[in-house]
Ligand binder design. Structure first.
Ligand code: GDP
Length: 202
């Protein structure tokens, strides 16, 4: 898919105030610092559409971007920032959960996992919650350029083995590097395919 344009639309904490639900949308979520903003910027080939930040937990909003005037990218707040107050974490969970459970045009949620790390409890629990609530998701393994090819392959195999302990079938996944634009074409092709199915079924 060619990216002709990508623009910021709106940020909010109230799922009811998101743009009208007439276009397919794809949301991105993961622990703070996993590389979410970088992946979004790499997908649309813009340096600063989503803000990359070294301050974990800084973006606490649901951010909508429109791509090619056809579909939305949604940048969701990073989760699992240990220093946040418990009450903050709770309100985070509530509005994100509401968004994920009630957004009718959410086609797929991309869950980002750092390809260098073992499966984190918070990510595993979150994916289990997605399954329980029948929210469709894919996995994006991030920062694949940071280790050698062999080490990354080994680590991703270990991640998949651990994920398979919960899932009969592994979710669709993409190995990516925002730095080197690896995995970008594959994700865009996947979105393109979903968009076609979306328009033919609506
Ligand atoms: P976010 O908090 O999940 O949005 O993460 P960011 O996109 O802000 O990235 C966090 C840090 O990881 C930044 O310093 C990025 O430059 C770095 N980073 C993100 N993606 C990659 C990648 O694919 N390769 C490398 N080497 N660094 C990355």
């Amino acid at each position: 898919m060619q990216i002709k344009n990508a623009e910021f639309v709106i940020s909010n904490t109230d799922p009811a105030k998101c743009p009208k639900d007439t276009k397919p949308e794809y949301a991105f979520i993961g622990r703070s610092n996993v590389g979410k903003s970088s992946i979004i910027n790499s997908l649309v080939m813009r340096k600063n559409l989503a803000k990359t930040s070294s301050t974990p937990g800084k973006t606490q909003l649901i951010n909508h971007f429109i791509v090619n005037n056809e579909w939305y990218i949604v940048d969701l707040p990073g989760y699992g920032y240990a220093k946040k107050a418990k009450s903050d974490r709770k309100s985070w969970a509530l509005f994100i959960e509401k968004y994920l459970l009630e957004r009718p045009n959410l086609v797929c949620l991309f869950v980002l996992l750092d390809s260098r790390l073992p499966l984190q409890k918070i990510d595993n629990e979150f994916m289990i919650w997605l399954g329980e609530n029948e929210i469709p998701f894919c996995i994006i393994y991030t920062k694949a350029d940071k280790l050698g090819k062999m080490a990354i392959e080994k680590n991703i195999s270990a991640l998949k083995r651990d994920i398979k302990k919960t899932w009969e079938e592994l979710p669709t996944s993409f190995v990516t590097s925002a730095e080197q634009n690896v995995g970008r074409e594959e994700i865009l092709a996947f979105i393109d395919e979903c968009n076609k199915n979306y328009s033919s079924s609506s």
